[in-house]
Design a protein around this ligand. Structure first.
Ligand SMILES: [Zn+2]
Length: 223
């Protein structure tokens, strides 16, 4: 609700100062190397574009470094700047061989999975190139402990800048198109819970909760 105050057009500086005011003394300041969780106002803010003049500044390069570090630490396939507490339009995506191998051949085929090298996307813009939607289970590091069925467009064209300010343009389909749509949604203050099949929302460990008589804790940072 409070975020309604911050409509598009508010200065980035104002947002940072307001957000910093919510952070208790002695708490770490963004960019974090942990992942913010649903309810954190930063996840509902429409992130600001990165002006080309500031792309190579230590501030932006540090956000990119933190994104890469946190992505690796969480073994994730995508992470956006708001998820580490920064309201800039930057995300990182990847679908490594290790990620691919976690699925059966049948699933890989069904979900149109293929490798995607680690990419930094600054100010990404998406053009939908296939309006057919496909619905598969999806999870988010910012909605820890849950997954849900989420429809996504089957293919998109991506225009963005890389971390060096070079323009990149590529097409993706299937699972990689899903990953990129998910991350760009984050930059627009959207979460998968906004578009999911609501009845499919599932606690990832509901069986273990029963097996252990409820005695289970959910870590918010990887081991
Ligand atoms: Zn997410």
């Amino acid at each position: 609700m409070q975020l309604k105050i911050f409509k598009r057009g508010i200065s980035y500086h104002k947002l940072v100062s307001w957000y910093s005011g919510l952070i208790k003394k002695n708490s770490p300041a963004p960019p974090y190397i942990h992942v913010t969780q649903i309810g954190d106002p930063i996840l509902r803010h429409v992130a600001e574009p990165v002006a080309t003049e500031i792309l190579k500044t230590p501030e932006i390069q540090n956000i990119i470094a933190c994104l890469k570090y946190t992505l690796k630490k969480y073994k994730s396939v995508g992470l956006s700047a708001p998820q580490i507490g920064s309201a800039y339009r930057i995300c990182v995506v990847q679908f490594s061989k290790e990620h691919l191998n976690a699925y059966t051949q049948q699933e890989q085929k069904q979900k149109e999975m293929y490798e995607l090298p680690l990419m930094v996307l600054v100010n990404p813009e998406l053009k939908i190139t296939n309006f057919n939607t496909v619905t598969f289970p999806e999870a988010c590091e910012s909605i820890k402990g849950f997954w849900s069925n989420v429809p996504r467009f089957r293919a998109v064209e991506v225009k963005a800048f890389d971390e060096n300010g070079e323009q990149i343009n590529f097409k993706v389909n299937g699972w990689n198109a899903r990953i990129i749509q998910h991350e760009v949604d984050h930059l627009n203050g959207k979460l998968y819970t906004d578009i999911m099949d609501r009845k499919s929302l599932t606690c990832s460990c509901w069986q273990v909760v029963n097996e252990r008589r409820g005695k289970i804790t959910l870590p918010y940072f990887p081991d």
